[in-house]
Write a protein of this length. Structure first.
Length: 279
């Protein structure tokens, strides 16, 4: 993961074409299990490509990607190693810039913003949850949760923060420093921090990767609850079919392309489809 994505305070960001896609001999219109009524887009990518290197050493991480992330939904992004899933998340979250194409957060084209404007937008509109917790060791859990808001010079909405803390079961851990918390508790503090500012969208990059099974289940349950009960929009990169089953929708990437999607996923259905992609 790049340096920009490791800094939790650096800020904070469907197969629309309907065309038949083909990958490794698989011809399919969609892996979709049900139809979801269209809703307002929270973020979208239009014709986004990302290249690294030059000349013969050029690597295409993303190739002409079109994707829409609906507001108030939990979307998981999956694919084999090297498929471009983390790169796509970084583009959508404004942590990296596309080589071509446009990225929007709501109606704002973030790919054209200067660095200062992009940093402010990430800080004010986007929440991040990473595999590494990125908590400041000298601060209590309560201080870590509201730190980005304090940095922005704003006063936390205490009622909102309290509701998040309660849903995460952290009320009796707020005075503890990170070293006094378990890995699962630290990740829950990171999740509370991501939602404390009422962001337009939360991006989670392998958020359960460093957690044990029970802690991972707790975090995923909270993200699901944040969408259903708090109206949050969540986008998560994961390699775990069980984690993906908590989402409303799964996008599948392969070789830098979005090749399919699945609504109302189950762990078994996701695992079966990933096998077709060679994961």
């Amino acid at each position: 993961m790049g340096a920009s994505s490791q800094n939790a305070f650096a800020g904070t960001t469907p197969l629309d074409r309907g065309a038949e896609t083909s990958y490794k001999g698989i011809n399919h219109m969609s892996a979709t299990t049900s139809t979801v009524a269209p809703t307002r887009a929270s973020a979208r990518a239009e014709g986004v490509s990302k290249f690294y290197g030059t000349g013969d050493a050029t690597i295409a991480a993303l190739k002409d990607v079109y994707v829409t992330l609906e507001a108030g939904q939990f979307t998981a992004i999956m694919g084999p190693s090297g498929s471009g899933k983390s790169t796509l998340l970084h583009m959508l979250a404004g942590l990296d810039r596309p080589s071509s194409g446009e990225v929007y957060l709501g109606d704002i084209q973030i790919s054209s913003l200067n660095d200062k404007a992009l940093t402010l937008l990430r800080r004010d509109q986007i929440g991040f949850i990473f595999q590494s917790f990125n908590l400041l060791p000298t601060m209590s859990a309560a201080e870590n949760i509201v730190l980005p808001i304090r940095i922005a010079g704003r006063k936390p909405d205490q009622a909102w923060v309290t509701s998040i803390v309660d849903k995460l079961g952290l009320a009796d851990r707020l005075t503890h420093r990170p070293t006094e918390l378990s890995g699962g508790q630290q990740q829950r503090v990171a999740a509370a921090r991501a939602l404390a500012s009422r962001p337009q969208i939360v991006f989670a990059d392998e958020p359960t990767g460093a957690l044990d099974s029970a802690s991972g289940t707790e975090l995923l349950g909270f993200l699901r609850k944040a969408v259903k009960e708090l109206g949050q929009t969540v986008v998560m990169v994961t390699h775990d079919p069980t984690a993906a089953s908590y989402a409303d929708r799964v996008l599948f990437l392969a070789d830098g392309h979005v090749v399919d999607e699945m609504n109302e996923p189950t762990a078994d259905a996701v695992l079966d489809f990933m096998k077709h992609l060679g994961a």
